[in-house]
Design a protein around this ligand. Structure first.
Ligand SMILES: N[C@@H](CCC(=O)N[C@@H](CS)C(=O)NCC(=O)O)C(=O)O
Length: 200
């Protein structure tokens, strides 16, 4: 059986859970407490030398880290990944956007605001994170003003990757009032079959 090493609060881990639920694949979830240093033990680093969740255990001793790589692996030959070559590349393009231009700002702002004490030195990062996060939200708003979903107007792992942290962006201090297309896209995703909410 598939096993996920993840933290329920984490949007990166939620991406994996949401796709597994959509696909109705059986899996075991092993909760990992990153705040207690559980990603930096020798046993954990043997699974992922980069010391991060999520990890998908495919078979005993065979580990796949990186949320979007896990989505790509699980979505092959399903409705969540298109068959057309250019559409596949478009999906990957949005997933790289998520990792480079979106998650480092929106997820990190949420982490600082929700998980660190109010007097923590990292609170000073928030204004810059918000400026860059809003720029990513604007890019998303532009695409979603024209289409229901990111690629080929069809729900895919590009949407799952971007939904994970966008729908909880308010937790990082982002105001989504000015992004009506994004908020309508939330509703479309939340109405998908076997949708599960982020538990954290
Ligand atoms: N690029 C990675 C990022 C994963 C990541 O940032 N994981 C965080 C939790 S959301 C983590 O494990 N942090 C623990 C640490 O860095 O010590 C992915 O998409 O899976």
């Amino acid at each position: 059986m598939l096993k996920v090493y993840g933290m329920s609060f984490s949007g990166n881990c939620y991406k994996v859970k949401l796709l597994l639920e959509h696909l109705q694949l059986p899996y075991e979830w092993q909760e990992i407490d990153i705040m207690a240093g559980a990603t930096h033990t020798d046993a954990f680093l043997a699974m992922n030398p980069n010391g991060q969740v999520p990890i998908l255990e495919l078979a005993p001793g065979k580990y796949l880290p990186e949320s979007n790589a896990i989505l790509y692996y699980l979505a092959q030959e399903t409705a969540f990944f298109p068959a057309d070559r250019l559409a596949q590349a478009d999906v990957l393009s949005w997933m790289f956007f998520e990792q480079y231009s979106h998650e480092p700002y929106i997820a990190v702002a949420r982490f600082i605001q929700q998980m660190l004490p109010a007097d923590h030195s990292r609170q000073t990062e928030l204004p810059t994170l918000r400026e860059k996060g809003y720029a990513a939200l604007q890019v998303m708003e532009q695409q979603l003003s024209q289409y229901d979903y990111f690629v080929n107007n069809q729900y895919s792992i590009a949407d799952i990757a971007l939904f994970a942290y966008t729908h909880v962006a308010r937790d990082g201090g982002f105001d989504l009032e000015k992004f009506p297309a994004i908020r309508q896209w939330f509703n479309r995703i939340q109405g998908q079959k076997n949708f599960v909410p982020l538990a954290g």
